[in-house]
Ligand binder design. Structure first.
Ligand SMILES: NC(=O)c1ccc[n+]([C@@H]2O[C@H](COP(=O)([O-])OP(=O)(O)OC[C@H]3O[C@@H](n4cnc5c(N)ncnc54)[C@H](OP(=O)(O)O)[C@@H]3O)[C@@H](O)[C@H]2O)c1
Length: 325
């Protein structure tokens, strides 16, 4: 090898090193700036410009109810959909009294999906109820947890077949997103404006033993949402996937009642989440959850998988012994 080749080789590696360092610095600065803008500056979205009404599914508790309050605070009428008439009436009255907006309620169970020739599409009742409303915002929030906190083949809801538990989960958590977007998108496209928020989950981002089928439905929500965001941007419709980490609600009650930085109250979570709207096709909605996701994904999947498996199997055992007492 000639001496000049060695010089060329070493200067090539020197340049390669410098370019790599510049790229890494650029990426870090860019990501830190995006993190700051997404989580710490208010959203510039004018929520009232989309239309008079917002539909929120699963709106009588937890994240859905808190989002309904935040939207009503911004002078938007709220259409609430859940299974329980009493809870719906109570939340609607609460919202009307607090923010002087209009509300409508509809009892609907999102585990319903399949058509039969005699009864037709179960979603017809929703399409009929919203047909004359100026719906500008759709929040696809409804969701249910797995039937039992256990390994896949034992995760059925007590007294139910595993296939039934899983098809209910899929229809409530995933099919509902498809159907509700099918209902609201055409008029948003015609009006060239709209906002759709699809609540997914941080569990969509990696292997999640024990919460397996739940996490799979959430990955569906996420992929559908970010894909449609690209399709409908040019029509003026913002579609955003939100992936919360653990938030204290009825769904996470088995995890304990004391909140902390990464397990916030629903009010704290939704307050942060509203700031992220319109800034990215997919966010966690809360800075501490973004950091948790980042820390989780830099570890090898086997390590996080084993830790999650151990933790949730313990939760499952605790729940079982509580239920048999
Ligand atoms: N909490 C968390 O840590 C967390 C984390 C990540 C993602 N998420 C997601 O956030 C969303 C909201 O969860 P959450 O924790 O706020 O749950 P939650 O407190 O249990 O509230 C669920 C809401 O959905 C309604 N609902 C449940 N099943 C329904 C069905 N089959 N048909 C119609 N309505 C139904 C419930 O009302 P009724 O019982 O009156 O029908 C309630 O209003 C879900 O999509 C969940 O997957 C939550």
């Amino acid at each position: 090898m000639a001496f000049s080749d060695v010089i060329i080789d070493s200067s090539f590696f020197y340049m390669f090193g410098i370019i790599t360092v510049i790229a890494l610095v650029f990426e870090t600065v860019n990501k830190s700036y995006k993190f700051y803008v997404t989580h710490f500056l208010d959203s510039s979205v004018d929520f009232a410009k989309f239309g008079k009404w917002a539909i929120v599914t699963g709106s009588t508790d937890g994240i859905g109810k808190a989002i309904a309050h935040e939207l009503a605070k911004r002078r938007i009428n709220i259409f609430l959909i859940s299974r329980n008439l009493e809870k719906l009436t109570k939340v609607a009255e609460e919202i009307e009294r607090a923010y002087k907006v209009e509300t409508k309620i509809l009892v609907f169970d999102f585990t319903n999906f399949d058509h039969s020739p005699s009864s037709g599409d179960p979603y017809n009742v929703i399409s009929e109820a919203i047909k004359d409303l100026d719906v500008g915002i759709m929040v696809n929030n409804v969701g249910m947890p797995i039937g039992s906190v256990d390994v896949f083949h034992k995760s059925e809801k007590p007294g139910e077949a595993l296939s039934k538990t899983i098809s209910n989960l899929i229809h409530c958590n995933a099919s509902s997103r498809v159907k509700m977007m099918e209902l609201v998108l055409p008029s948003m496209i015609t009006r060239k404006i709209g906002l759709i928020i699809n609540i997914s989950s941080l569990s969509a981002g990696f292997a999640f033993p024990v919460l397996n089928t739940y996490a799979a439905t959430k990955r569906f929500d996420d992929t559908l949402s970010v894909s449609l965001a690209q399709e409908y941007k040019k029509h003026g419709v913002i579609i955003q996937s939100v992936q919360p980490g653990f938030v204290q609600t009825n769904m996470t009650r088995p995890l304990g009642s004391s909140t902390n930085l990464i397990y916030p109250t629903v009010t704290t979570y939704v307050h942060h989440m509203m700031k992220t709207i319109g800034k990215s096709d997919c966010t966690n909605g809360y800075w501490a959850h973004t950091i948790s996701l980042w820390l989780t994904t830099i570890l090898p999947e086997d390590i996080t998988g084993r830790a999650l498996f151990k933790y949730f199997m313990k939760v499952g055992k605790r729940l079982k012994s509580r239920n048999t007492k």
